[in-house]
Design a protein around this ligand. Structure first.
Ligand code: BES
Ligand code: MN
Ligand code: MN
Length: 471
């Protein structure tokens, strides 16, 4: 029988036309609203912006209500609130829990922005603003796709929104909220747009996120800063010692030297390696984009393997001694660094933090004292590619991009994803529409206007296929 198939395709075509028309008719407003959202400097790391972060939560709640969500609530936490809203249309339909974050990274260094970070500006079809891609531009696509489905009577699943304000500082309070609201957050899948695609020509879906163990270290030498001529050469210089200690954390193959660090790391098998490396990747382009003349990394692994499947250790910040204008001859009394490690399955952030602290204290030479303080952490995850939700996402991309998405492993971290699995027992789909070149956390962060609309058009298809395939 050809008829049902034909009818189905026709219905599908009609739905896509309807989606496109709604987006076309509301294009300017969708952009204006995102701009309004981007104008809030919702920097969660800096207490100076507290009022602005709170106002952002109000705005998000207001927009969820306007889009048609019920039970919209600004849920207080010990930190910034979580905005919740839902639309339950039929208990027999599957429920999609949409997660995103309305907080952003600090915008510094400000002088490197071409236009101010909280005055969104379009140049060359790209929206430049802090949070444009991470994650305001991306989570807001879900709010607009929801509005579209409500207005066109095409909502196919129950939806729950949970938009938090502390992702960029570790989501500690979201963890508490999730544990206390297991019943309210009951859902069949978590849908998150907070990751990247390879490119618009090569759409992809991330199927893994790395974990994180973030440490701060302090090396203390003499009880005060000293004259470097009077004491230099006879007293251990904490800045030199810290550099030596940090340098020793990688060997000549750029393999991390901390004992037990790799004990639980799972090596990919040949087939997995091959699949991973089959993704389009141009090393020359990569180097050119970053203005580097050579890539760097653990011997024996490709760049995609290094960022997607291997654990790493990076210095995020380092400071000591005199860094003001001109020269000051001083032997600093202490030196500090922030060091983070990206983790892969089955490493555990508490265990790795402990292993790191033990090792760092052990390699400290006589003459200095070392203090190690762990910051926030998070666990790695791998998301399934054989689930109904993944297939729905795959089909949605195929329809809207005309190409089947490539599964990839992302290098970033969204620590709460592992917690959704542990506490709620729900797997996630990382349905990101950003690009690695969107300059997340960097000056001149951007999000293509095209990607924003494309996301809004693709998301309703996910809901449709998820409902259909769940039957
Ligand atoms: N959205 C990013 C994570 C991300 C970016 C994943 C690109 C995959 C591709 C998220 O907002 C983020 O920045 N996470 C932090 C960790 C957090 C605990 C501060 C990160 O990855 O550094
Ligand atoms: Mn993010
Ligand atoms: Mn981020």
């Amino acid at each position: 029988m050809l008829w049902p198939k034909y009818l189905y395709l026709l219905q599908n075509f009609n739905l896509m036309q309807e989606i496109k028309k709604y987006v076309e008719d509301n294009k300017q407003r969708f952009l204006d609203e995102l701009f309004e959202l981007l104008r809030f400097p919702s920097v969660s790391a800096d207490p100076k912006y507290k009022g602005d972060v709170l106002k952002t939560a109000d705005f998000v709640a207001q927009k969820l209500k306007e889009a048609g969500a019920d039970k919209v609530e600004i849920c207080p936490t010990a930190g910034y609130p979580i905005v919740y809203g839902e639309k339950i249309i039929d208990a027999s339909l599957p429920t999609v829990l949409i997660y995103g974050h309305y907080d952003v990274q600090p915008a510094d260094p400000l002088e490197l922005w071409q236009t101010p970070p909280f005055e969104p500006t379009i140049r060359d079809g790209k929206i430049y603003a802090r949070g444009a891609c991470d994650d305001k531009g991306q989570f807001y696509m879900h709010v607009k796709a929801f509005e579209l489905m409500m207005q066109t009577n095409t909502l196919a699943c129950n939806v729950k929104f949970m938009i938090e304000g502390e992702e960029e500082v570790g989501s500690a309070n979201l963890g508490i909220f999730v544990k206390a609201n297991v019943e309210r957050l009951k859902a069949d899948v978590v849908l998150i747009s907070d990751t990247s695609m390879i490119s618009m020509e090569n759409p992809s879906i991330e199927t893994g996120l790395r974990g994180l163990a973030y440490m701060e270290v302090e090396v203390v030498g003499p009880n005060r800063d000293l004259h470097s001529g009077v004491y230099g050469g006879a007293v251990a210089n904490p800045a030199t010692i810290l550099c030596k200690m940090i340098a020793s954390l990688h060997d000549e193959n750029n393999h991390i030297t901390i004992p037990e660090f790799y004990d639980k790391v799972v090596e990919l098998n040949d087939a997995e390696k091959e699949a991973l490396n089959a993704a389009p990747f141009d090393l020359e382009e990569y180097k050119k984009d970053l203005a580097i003349d050579a890539e760097w990394g653990e011997k024996g692994y490709s760049t995609l393997e290094r960022t997607g499947t291997r654990p790493t250790l990076e210095v995020n910040g380092i400071w000591s001694g005199y860094i003001g204008e001109g020269a000051k001859t001083v032997l600093p009394s202490k030196a500090n660094a922030k060091i983070s490690m990206r983790l892969v399955p089955n490493q555990n952030s508490d265990e790795i933090s402990e292993i790191f602290a033990k090792h760092f204290e052990k390699i400290a030479p006589k003459g200095v004292k070392v203090k190690v303080t762990p910051h926030h952490g998070g666990e790695p995850v791998v998301t399934p590619t054989d689930s109904v939700a993944y297939r729905a996402a795959e089909q949605a991309i195929l329809d809207s991009f005309g190409k089947k998405p490539i599964p990839t492993r992302g290098g970033g971290s969204i620590p709460i994803v592992a917690l959704f699995e542990d506490v709620l027992g729900i797997k996630s789909v990382l349905f990101g529409f950003g690009l690695d070149s969107d300059a997340l956390h960097s000056p001149n962060e951007k999000y293509d206007v095209y990607n924003y609309y494309k996301g809004i058009e693709t998301l309703p298809l996910f809901h449709k296929y998820y409902a259909e395939l769940s039957k």
